[in-house]
Design a binder for this molecule. Structure first.
Ligand code: ZN
Length: 163
């Protein structure tokens, strides 16, 4: 690791594990049950407590709340139609329009102690897109390298079928 480059590592790690904790760990009884009024209250209280919240962040957070209409909404996290898990993290530098980041990226970032570059792609080794354990992730430096790897896998599979 280069000196000085990862200054914010500890803070960054804390932020991510906090977000993962908030989004990922839920009491089992709540599974499949729509978000409760109590949870909703807690979430808005937590939002109020955030210091130095910019207007931009506020806008992103309120946009993100429209996720509640999505049936996959689980309070700060959802699974997209392609099967990837997203986590609400309005203060992350590389979020989508609604303030979400792919969980695989967060897990990889926490592992590396730095933010991923937008072109970097975490690959799911077992092809299960919501299996975001670090052991199941492999980072590719670019979309092209990642696509190339998939083509390579496809070729291997075809060879298996032939023989
Ligand atoms: Zn992949």
């Amino acid at each position: 690791m280069a000196k000085g480059v990862y200054k914010k590592t500890e803070e960054h790690k804390r932020n991510i594990s906090e977000a993962l904790k908030k989004a990922g760990i839920k009491p089992p009884s709540r599974k499949g049950i729509p978000i409760s009024e109590e949870t909703r209250k807690k979430m808005s209280e937590a939002a109020k407590e955030r210091k130095k919240m910019s207007d931009e962040t506020k806008r992103k957070m309120s946009e993100a709340r429209t996720g509640e209409k999505n049936h996959n909404w689980k309070g700060g996290q959802f699974t997209c139609s392609q099967g990837y898990v997203y986590i609400l993290m309005p203060e992350h530098p590389n979020i989508n329009k609604r303030g979400y980041v792919k969980k695989a990226r967060l897990v990889m970032e926490q592992h590396l102690g730095r933010y991923l570059k937008p072109e970097e792609i975490p690959h799911h080794k077992n092809e299960i897109k919501d299996d975001d354990r670090i052991e199941n992730l492999r980072l590719f430096p670019s979309k092209a390298k990642h696509t190339g790897f998939h083509q390579h896998l496809k070729k291997l599979n075809l060879q298996k079928e032939v023989t």
